[in-house]
Design a protein around this ligand. Structure first.
Ligand code: C5P
Length: 217
């Protein structure tokens, strides 16, 4: 059972995907964390993230390992725990530039496919291009949406009191970059089920997705 959950930031993708995977005994993969990890490695190693050629030639260098237990997802870069550093403002503001580079996407997509192929009971994979590009044969594809206001309010809550207006602007900018890049942009697959989470609680979204997965089993 392969479940692809895509959508822009702040739609509840991560919380939903983790909870659904835990509830159904599936593995879990946060593909955004992988793009953040490679971005963090670029910054730490002095690669200019706005220089696409430099990013492309460095794309194969770091070793990124994702742990797929939904109750304890982990990510390491060259053996170093990167779970904290990949969530900084600096990484968030630079990740769209790095993830737009085709050599980066090729590398990370390959990693994602091999993780999905070796997940025994099945896996919930969340991201931006899972249903369209990474796993087009997924058993179930879900595309989560929410109004920009709802998404910004959720993100500000997670960032403990960050300014909602500034968060909204940053989210819109990142989504626009992710949706307009040439290589596998953020997009809803034709056969994905769209769930608008604006007026739903997290619990309601989880229940809705669990029901959709159970219908497919
Ligand atoms: O999901 P998260 O906000 O952590 O993703 C960070 C960034 O990683 C996104 O803004 C996007 O640039 C990139 N990403 C991607 N493709 C994916 C998942 C994430 O390009 N499948």
């Amino acid at each position: 059972m392969i479940v692809a959950i895509d959508g822009p930031s702040g739609t509840g993708k991560s919380s939903t995907s983790k909870a659904v995977a835990a509830k159904l005994g599936l593995s879990y993969l946060d593909t955004g964390a992988q793009y953040r990890a490679i971005t963090w490695w670029m910054i730490t190693n002095g690669v200019d993230v706005d220089d696409a050629d430099a990013v492309a030639s460095a794309a194969g260098k770091p070793t990124i390992v994702s742990g797929t237990d939904p109750s304890h997802p982990t990510i390491t870069v060259d053996g170093v725990d990167a779970a904290g550093p990949i969530r900084t403002q600096e990484v968030t503001s630079k990740v769209s530039a790095v993830s737009a580079v085709p050599e980066v996407r090729e590398r990370i997509t390959e990693l994602q496919r091999s993780i999905a192929a070796s997940a025994g009971q099945g896996i919930v994979v969340e991201g931006r291009d899972i249903g369209t590009t990474v796993l087009p044969d997924a058993d179930l594809k879900i595309f989560l949406t929410a109004s920009p206001e709802a998404r910004a309010a959720r993100r500000s809550g997670e960032l403990k009191g960050a300014d909602v207006h500034a968060t909204r602007e940053a989210l819109i900018k990142r989504d626009a970059a992710d949706s307009s890049r040439k290589t596998s942009p953020l997009a809803k697959a034709d056969d994905a089920v769209e769930v608008d989470t604006t007026d739903l609680t997290l619990q309601q979204v989880i229940e809705c997705v669990v029901t959709l997965v159970e219908e497919k089993r």
